[in-house]
Ligand binder design. Sequence first.
Ligand SMILES: C[S@@+](CC[C@H](N)C(=O)[O-])C[C@H]1O[C@@H](n2cnc3c(N)ncnc32)[C@H](O)[C@@H]1O
Length: 289
Amino acid sequence: MSQEQKDFTSVSPSARSLLLMKGYTDIPFARETAALMQGPEVFGLNFDNKDFWFWIRVMHFEARYWSIDQLLKQASIKNILELSSGYSLRCLDLCLKDPAVHCIDTDLSGVVAAKRTLIAQLEADKNVKGKFELLPLNALNEQEFEGIVDHFGKGELSIVNEGLLMYLDIEEKKRLCRIIHAVLKQRGGYWITADVYIRRSAEMQASIPQSKGETTFFEQHNIEGNKFESYLAAGGFFEDQGFEVVHEAVINYQALSAMPHLLKVLPEHVKNNQEPPPKVQATWMLRAV
Ligand SMILES: C[S@@+](CC[C@H](N)C(=O)[O-])C[C@H]1O[C@@H](n2cnc3c(N)ncnc32)[C@H](O)[C@@H]1O
């Protein structure tokens, strides 16, 4: 089966689970959109028991969201394309704040349709100053991808994504790299990806409680196997695909809205631990060379 024909819709329910977690943060529109989401979620999260691990997860996804905004600011490019955005309204938020921004928000068609309904329900796009588009895109479909890039006027482009690469096997990752590389080589700009995830040791995996739903979903999509072996291996992979790592986002944990909640439920052994928590993910700004 060719990569663009593979059915990726089984990944889409994860976007819903992520939104429900982000609903506990001050990420733009997250609380309002999460409140409109109905029905069960695939990770089997326990929202009745907001313990240490609940807030760790929320904080991780909050940090990941802001890490992209941080590098976008650094890149300072007004043409922005977000891939596999799920229910995140980053593009809309950017267009509400800056009339010079043209941001195209994309995901698979089912997610895009549901998101259009959410935006309409909230009338969230009422005061858009910039140019906001929300369009279906399978990121591995080169033709579709190029068609969407053609919506932008001339000039550099920032392509961003979070929560996609761990659903792609090595050949799919290479394919995505080839597509993005060709676009950036032609137009200039950056690829900002928050998906530099490193495989967790068996010990770490055993120490993190996981719901049955989450375990099944992770196994079904080979999440751990699709992560990178190490940061060095991730760097080597992107280098082999023709990219250079320009910057890495630096997280200011103290500024995160989840932090005060996390501090309230911090177990004694964590409070007394002098070691920093293990780094499981990085957000990189890449340039096509
Ligand atoms: C884990 S969610 C992340 C959503 C969002 N970026 C976030 O962090 O909240 C993964 C998203 O990837 C989308 N997705 C999966 N395969 C895709 C593909 N080939 N092209 C575009 N989007 C895809 C899913 O529909 C889903 O919305």
